[in-house]
Design a protein around this ligand. Structure first.
Ligand code: KIV
Ligand code: ZN
Length: 390
């Protein structure tokens, strides 16, 4: 895996955090298909599951690891030896593999969830990362609820994890609470205050409870983070995780402002999105950025006219760049204009004279007023009718 200063590592957790979405469970065969697609897309690290969670999870992480070639296969584990060993036993089959271990560091989580004192948490970080490092080279450590952690304590935890051998330090916004500027400052603080930070890559892991997961992740990258944890379609607990397709396309589209590279073949995004949606049964909202069915559709007359003159007028990226064919992007409806209507007719093989066109356009507008979408068949019926009337 490259550590170029502008290269952002894409860590996909669709199969772990994504699957934690209520109702999104996947079987082994489905997970293998998704993992294969993620690998084909160029995902750097695939978090394939939480091996201690169940026999099924252990089996799927092991099977994904056995088939992996270029992507690193990662498993999640709590900060105990049993979890970490089980994780290792599953991921070890992959040519490149990683153990990801975590513990909570916020006052709320330490007091109520862990019922541990801060010093004991620091000891646990040291022992868990040391044990993981005795098994593998590549260890990631996460500060669960990192964004609600006291900054001094967070620095102490991060320094301890790196000293024990962690090479990726993940700062999750577990409850989707932070905002871009605050998260930027937190990553910047770690970069400046933790003495051994240059031995590790900082990672972001943002949840979408306030709809800020992607914005927060990009903000962290601008502050120096070089790994982004994300999921296809933003699948994940509660309101989900940062969406892989949005991160990748934002970095690709706004290189002028964010000069970072990923290794993702963006042309496979639509295929991956449809696969995850079909397997989980979670449909993608029509206006979802990048992969929603309307993400590249234009209905209003002004937009359609502009698009027909130059696609750049209303599109900041091409549908082809996310693997969508160009065919259906002009959608005819009541807001459409004469230019788009005429264009559609000629695509359907009709060339009408001015009078017939005017008449057909008026009848099309009447129809569009009554119908949400006007399909090709509606237009053919309308024009055939027109031709017969002449
Ligand atoms: O959201 C979170 O904090 C997590 C960690 C386990 C990485 O998913
Ligand atoms: Zn998470």
């Amino acid at each position: 895996m490259t550590t170029d200063s502008n290269r952002v590592i894409i860590f996909d957790t669709t199969l772990r955090d994504g699957e934690q979405s209520p109702g999104a469970s996947m079987n082994l065969e489905e997970k293998l298909r998704i993992a294969e697609t993620l690998e084909e897309m160029g995902v750097d690290v695939i978090e394939a599951g939480f091996p201690i969670a169940s026999e099924g999870d252990f089996e799927s992480v092991s099977e994904i690891a056995k088939r992996a070639k270029n992507s690193s296969i990662c498993g999640l584990s709590r900060a105990s030896q049993g979890d970490i060993q089980r994780c290792f036993d599953a991921v070890k089959h992959a040519p490149i593999h990683r153990i990801h271990t975590f513990i909570s560091t916020s006052p709320l989580h330490m007091k109520y969830k862990l019922q541990m004192e801060p010093d004991a948490v620091v000891e646990k970080i040291k022992s868990s990362v040391t044990f993981a490092r005795s098994l593998v080279e590549d260890v990631e450590w996460s500060a669960e609820d990192g964004t609600r952690t006291d900054p001094d304590f967070l620095c102490r935890c991060v320094e301890t994890a790196i000293a024990a051998g962690a090479r990726t330090i993940n700062i999750p916004d577990t409850v989707g609470y932070t905002v871009p500027e605050e998260y930027y400052k937190m990553i910047d603080m770690l970069m400046n205050r933790v003495p051994n930070i240059d031995q590790a890559i900082i990672s972001t892991h943002c949840h979408n409870d306030l709809g800020l997961a992607v914005a927060n992740s990009l903000s962290a990258v601008q502050a120096g983070a070089r790994q982004v944890e994300c999921t296809i379609n933003g699948l994940g607990e509660r309101a989900g995780n940062a969406a892989l397709e949005e991160i990748v396309m934002a970095l690709r589209t706004r290189k002028d402002f964010m000069p970072y590279e990923t290794g993702i073949k963006s042309e496979l995004i639509t295929r991956a999105s449809r696969m995850v949606s079909a397997i989980t049964g979670f449909s993608v909202q029509p206006n979802k950025a990048i992969v929603g069915k309307n993400a590249f559709a234009h209905e209003s007359g002004i937009h359609q006219d502009g698009m027909l003159k130059h696609a750049g007028t209303y599109e900041i990226m091409t549908p082809e760049s996310v693997g969508l064919d160009n065919a259906n992007k002009i959608v005819l409806g009541k807001h459409s204009g004469r230019h788009a209507f005429k264009d559609k007719l000629s695509a359907l093989g009709y060339e009408l004279g001015d009078n017939a066109l005017n008449d057909a356009f008026k009848r099309f507008k009447d129809l569009a007023d009554q119908k949400k979408d006007v399909y090709d068949d509606d237009i053919i019926a309308l024009v055939d009718d027109e031709v017969m009337r002449v």
